[in-house]
Structure formats: C-alpha cells, structure tokens
Design a protein around this ligand. Structure first.
Ligand SMILES: Cc1cc2nc3c(=O)[nH]c(=O)nc-3n(C[C@H](O)[C@H](O)[C@H](O)COP(=O)(O)O)c2cc1C
Ligand code: SF4
Length: 496
C-alpha cells in the first residue's frame, strides 16, 4: 500500500489554505475563518446539565507522564504537568491522567496509583491545578476536576519496564501473539474480577475524599475496561452478550454510588476500534518503519475481538454497540462522556493521529487529518443521538495552528460540547486562551506530532514534550532519548 504525500501542516500559512486542503482531501472537518473574541466566544460559553456546571468548552484530556514513584506517588514532573493543565484555563479537567486502582493494575512502573501512601500527593495535584487555574481564568467557578481510574488489564507492567504482567479477559488471536502469551496463559477469573470491581469502589471513595468532582471509569485504549466491551468470546457472566460485557461497568457504577453517593461519574471510551496494525514488512528495513497495514485477519471473520468494529471488515467502525453503551450510560444517569478511539499499542494512527510515528509504531497509513475527521465524525454522530449527554471530543492536536478555528466551529455547530486537548497541552497549554483573548497564536509552541512523548515512555523514560518544552528539551532525559532514537531510527514519513 503506498501512501500519498502528506502535506505538513506547519507549512500552511493561513486558515483559507487549510480549509482548501480539507476540501482537497474531501474531509468534513468544520473550521471557522475567524476566532470570536472573549465574551462572545463559543469556546467560553458555559455549559449546564442538571447538577453539572462547566464554565467553558475547553477540556484537558488525560495525559499520563510515566513519572510517578515506584509506589505510585506523583513527583515534581507530575506536579508541573498538572499546574500546566490549570494554566490552560480549561474548565473541564477530564481525569488528569490514568491513575491505577491498585499497584498490580499499573501500565508502567511509574504510573500513579490510588493507595494510602499516595493520598497526599493526589490531593496536592488537584490543589496545584486549581491554584494555577485561578491565576489563568480569574476564578475557579465552573471548574470540574476529575480523576481517571484505570486498570491496565492486558497492558499491566507494574513493577519493571522489562516485565509485562498482563491480566487478560479472553484469548485474542492477534494480541496474544504480539504479547508472546502462551496458549495456556490464564484469563482473569470471575472472582478476580469481583476484586478489581471493589478496587474501583475504594479508589472512587478516595477520589471523593480528596475533593475530586468526578471519576472517569476508563473504558478505552485496550485497557481492562475496554477489553470487557469486546469480550465476545469470554465464557460466563462477564462475556458474550452485551449485557454481560457491560456487567463490569454496571457493578463499578453501583458500588461507587454506594461508596460516594455525590461523586459524579464519567466514562471515556474507545467509540470504535480496529484490527491491530503493524508496519508493512515489505516497506520496512534499515531501521525504517513501513506504513501501517492491518494484521492479516481473513481467517478471523466474522471478527469477534473488537468493540465498535464492523465484524465483516474490522478495519471499519460500526457504532451500533457504542450507541447501546451510551443508552446504558444514560439509563445509569451518567452524563459525562469522552469519545476516543482505538489503542496506542496497536492502532496509534487511529488513536492519536500523527505525522511522525512513535518508536514502536509505523508510518502513517493515511493523512493524519483522516484520523482526526474519523474521531470527530463519530463524536458528532453520537452527540446527535444523545443530545442530553455532555460530549468531550478527542484527537484535535494534529490540527496544529488551526486547532482554535476547528474547535470553535465544532462547538458552535454542536458536534461536541467541549474540545479536549491531549498532546497540545504538553507543549502549549494556553493556546485557546491566547486565541480567544486576541493574542497571536505562538507558532513555535504548536505540537507538531513528533511522538517523542510516546517514544520516551516506550523506552522507559518519562513522557513530556522533548522537542518543544524547554523543561525536557534541555534535560539529561533528552540526551538519553536522542541516543535511543539514533539506535532505532524510524525514518521520516512521506511528506511534502
Ligand atoms: C503521552 C500521552 C499520554 C497519554 N495518557 C493518557 C491517559 O493517561 N489516559 C487516557 O485516557 N489517554 C491518554 N492519552 C491519550 C490522549 O488523552 C488523547 O486521547 C490522544 O493524545 C489524542 O488526542 P490529541 O490529538 O489531543 O493528542 C495519552 C496520550 C499521550 C500522547
Ligand atoms: S513530543 Fe511534543 S510535539 Fe511531539 S507529539 Fe508530543 S507534545 Fe507533540
């Protein structure tokens, strides 16, 4: 498969040229030509649904840093990141970052965890964020701060960067092979699942005691909550039917309501998935990664290992079950939803569209704007069907200099209620404030999707924006990262 040349957005000078480029790609991405200032800005309009009041339409999506201590406490780097979340002026902090409900559920040996010894540190993150937010926004009215609760399931690596300790719900014909799991590798028992459900209850109670407004029960990116949704082939009460595959979610919600009745609940979920991708072996070599192609799956049809995928062609989304999931959330009185997609481990071009691949990825198999449009369209369709839910959109960072124009149009045209910032928060947290307050957007601080914030943790280093954030750029960690990248050079994409 050859990939047409990709236009580097950093070279696009104005919004009309950008809009022309979208038209040439035949992509439906709304984009305003002018940013509306201050009081009239759609991005600053408050949002209210029942008890939930959010002061503007800017959200920070969860961004983990792989920089906690071995026992799950935050460090100075973590604190700095949360301060920067506050500096963005966003009134919705969707979870901050993935925080494991137990030591064993951590995705890396530096992930934060909810535990007795981490209480003070987690409280400090929230307080530091609020203090910075007050400086940036003038007050903390309408600020909603959540904590993302996770169990990493298939991607647990709690103790050593070199030792994966997967906890799986079912045998996956492609991912098991990729993770090197032998045929007799055990699946979690129903009894073990009951224990994890209780860990979520305890963690949510702690989040409430520490002052968080809501918890996100993470159901995305291939981690445990997401794996439940695709457990078609699992036997017993957590697998097979839609009802069984959502039992974990319902049990977690029920227990949180008992443990912390006034704590709000949100769900971030991968609204669609895909058969895993890998670099095309025919176009890889000499340390260069080829473009991504789907893993062979002709003998796996109808495909029974995904959620929100077309079983006859698992490279295509199918929103039928995600729609059922949202109906379930609505019936559970859960209003806060965050739409994401795929997984960073096996479909990074779907989950975080980028021009440059992370070290364990592949060259983009499509213009990354196609990936942005795919996530935006899914969120729009789901929002259209569930107008009373609060939708946060994802995967906007690749829009680069045109992020404010697209975000404003998406909110104005009701595609989403709030626009979430992922990678852009690492490099330029104030981008929306600059735009709506009439200051020039700072070209040099725009995330160019170099993927170093993913490559670094894949190699055991903390995450951060190494190319653009001086805190990382001039650090010893940057020297280490550069040496690692020289050893495994993924090459540059086909760009112009
Ligand atoms: C370094 C890094 C850390 C991330 N950490 C989390 C996380 O802890 N929880 C989560 O749900 N998503 C996480 N994500 C995914 C982002 O929230 C977001 O979905 C993704 O980056 C696409 O949005 P963007 O285009 O704005 O970057 C992470 C992404 C990156 C690059
Ligand atoms: S390292 Fe910086 S520029 Fe690269 S993707 Fe991450 S935030 Fe963006």
């Amino acid at each position: 498969m050859s990939v047409p040349a990709i236009l580097r957005l950093g070279s696009v000078k104005d919004v009309s040229r950008f809009a022309e480029h979208l038209r040439a790609l035949q992509l439906q991405i709304p984009c305003d030509s002018e940013i509306v200032r201050a009081a009239d800005s759609p991005l600053l309009a408050p949002l209210e649904r029942g008890e939930i009041k959010i002061g503007n339409r800017i959200a920070v999506n969860p961004m983990e840093g792989w920089d906690g201590t071995a026992d799950g406490r935050p460090t100075e780097n973590t604190l700095r990141r949360w301060r920067r979340f506050g500096q963005s002026g966003a009134k919705l902090i969707w979870g901050g970052e993935a925080v494991a409900v137990s030591h064993g559920g951590r995705a890396n040996p530096n992930q934060l965890a909810v535990a007795e010894q981490t209480r003070a540190g987690l409280a400090q993150l929230r307080e530091a964020l609020i203090a910075e937010h007050k400086q940036a926004a003038g007050s903390d009215a309408g600020l909603l701060v959540g904590l993302q609760l996770t169990h990493s399931g298939r991607y647990c690596k709690p103790n050593s960067q070199r030792r994966a300790e997967p906890r799986i719900l079912y045998r996956h014909p492609i991912l098991d092979r990729r993770l090197g799991l032998p045929p007799d590798f055990p699946v979690l028992t129903d009894g073990e699942i009951a224990g994890i459900v209780e860990e979520f209850h305890r963690a949510a109670r702690t989040a409430w005691e520490l002052g968080f407004d809501f918890v996100d029960i993470k159901h995305c990116h291939g981690y445990l909550g997401h794996e439940f949704l695709s457990a078609h082939t699992r036997e017993g009460k957590y697998g097979g039917s839609f009802e069984n595959r959502t039992r974990f979610l319902r049990e977690v919600v029920q227990g949180i309501r008992e443990a912390a009745p006034r704590l709000k609940i949100g769900v971030r979920f991968s609204a669609f998935d895909s058969v895993p991708f890998h670099p095309d072996p025919a176009q890889s070599g000499n340390g260069k990664l080829g473009p991504g192609i789907p893993e062979p799956h002709a003998d796996l049809l109808p495909y029974r290992w995904g959620f929100g995928v077309n079983a006859s062609d698992p490279t295509e989304p199918d929103l039928a079950e995600p729609i059922r999931l949202l109906a379930l959330l609505e019936s559970l009185h859960i209003v806060l939803v965050n739409v994401t997609a795929g997984s960073p481990y096996y479909s990074p071009h779907i989950q975080r569209p980028a021009l440059y691949p992370p070290s364990d990825g592949y060259q983009p198999p499509e213009d990354p704007l196609v990936g942005v449009a795919r996530q935006m369209e899914a969120a729009r369709e789901l929002k259209r069907r569930f107008p009373n839910l609060i939708f946060v959109g994802t995967a906007y960072s690749y829009l680069q200099d045109f992020l404010p124009q697209v975000a404003q149009a998406a909110v104005r045209e009701n595609w989403v209620d709030a626009v979430g910032m992922g990678r852009m928060i690492l490099t330029y947290p104030e981008i929306f404030l600059d735009a709506v307050q009439g200051r020039a957007v700072q070209h040099k601080r725009i995330c160019r999707t170099f993927s170093d914030c993913t490559t670094a943790p894949r190699n055991g280093l903390p995450s951060g924006c190494y190319p653009l954030d001086s805190h990382y750029k001039n650090s010893a960690m940057a020297v280490q990262l550069s040496a690692l990248k020289k050893r495994a050079r993924p090459g540059t994409p086909n760009e112009h």
